[in-house]
Design a protein around this ligand. Structure first.
Ligand SMILES: C[S@@+](CC[C@H](N)C(=O)[O-])C[C@H]1O[C@@H](n2cnc3c(N)ncnc32)[C@H](O)[C@@H]1O
Length: 238
């Protein structure tokens, strides 16, 4: 049966945090039978790291399971939609932002591009993204493409709005991330808007956009409802 599935972000990272945290707690509660001071040292040394790792894994899972729709809505509420925009979601994955955008469009279209890396998102596959769009009744308003943001097939000045959540940090070198920002600016129309959300490298994106002549402002960092805490920047092409 077809079912909506927006996936769990970085599932292997969550698994590793929980496993290592659990092992640390086992050491803390059942320290090796050594001299009492050494056992006490092991007990206290492993306690806080164990609890922290399990908490981090749990919070990441919580965001992926229950927090991301709320974050998506908050992000999309930062823009005054007319309904006729041509929009791109960079690293759409299972279509979270792309589908949210499509629901706000009337005559407009939303493209979602991704390389569908399963390490970054569980069940990450173009077929499931299409199923999600179909079940959310927006299939006719979206185009889902297997493309890398480092070099896309889009013409210069194609999009009114580019949105992206938790994608660019997956490009591991800063040269690549700067290239991704350049590509976003290239395919964005004059006066177009970028809404970018991620948990690290935000100053780097801001600097690159500013060097490319964009007007950039920070919308905020959301500590209570996202984990790792996500920061959002809004950039306008001038
Ligand atoms: C953590 S997931 C987030 C998915 C979606 N934006 C969301 O918020 O649910 C990151 C996504 O970025 C994609 N991605 C990573 N590097 C990419 C690249 N160079 N170009 C396009 N997509 C990329 C991954 O395949 C993955 O689907």
């Amino acid at each position: 049966m077809k079912k909506i599935n927006y996936g769990i972000d970085a599932p292997q990272v969550i698994r590793n945090l929980l496993i290592i945290g659990f092992i640390a707690l086992v050491f803390s509660f059942f320290p090796p039978d050594l001299s009492p001071p050494v056992s006490a040292f092991i007990r206290y040394t492993f306690l806080m790291p164990g609890l922290s790792l399990i908490a981090a894994g749990g919070l990441m899972y919580g965001y992926a399971r229950w927090g991301k729709s709320k974050h998506r809505d908050r992000l999309l509420n930062l823009y005054a939609w007319k309904g006729n925009e041509k929009v791109l979601d960079v690293g759409t994955g299972l279509g979270l932002l792309m589908i949210g955008v499509a629901k706000r469009l009337t005559t407009g279209t939303c493209y979602g591009i991704d390389i569908f890396n399963a390490y970054d998102l569980s069940d990450n596959a173009i077929e499931q993204t299409k199923i999600n769009a179909e079940l959310e009744n927006v299939l006719q308003k979206v185009h889902i493409l297997n493309e890398n943001i480092l070099k896309t097939s889009f013409e210069d000045n194609s999009f009114d709005v580019v949105v992206s959540n938790l994608c660019l940090h997956n490009i591991y070198d800063s040269t690549g991330r700067a290239q991704a920002c350049r590509e976003i600016v290239r395919i964005l129309k004059m006066n177009g808007t970028v809404i970018l959300s991620d948990f690290k490298n935000m100053d780097e994106y801001q600097t690159t956009f500013e060097q490319l002549g964009m007007n950039v402002r920070k919308a905020g960092t959301y500590f209570l409802t996202t984990f790792p805490p996500l920061t959002v920047i809004i950039a306008t092409k001038q």
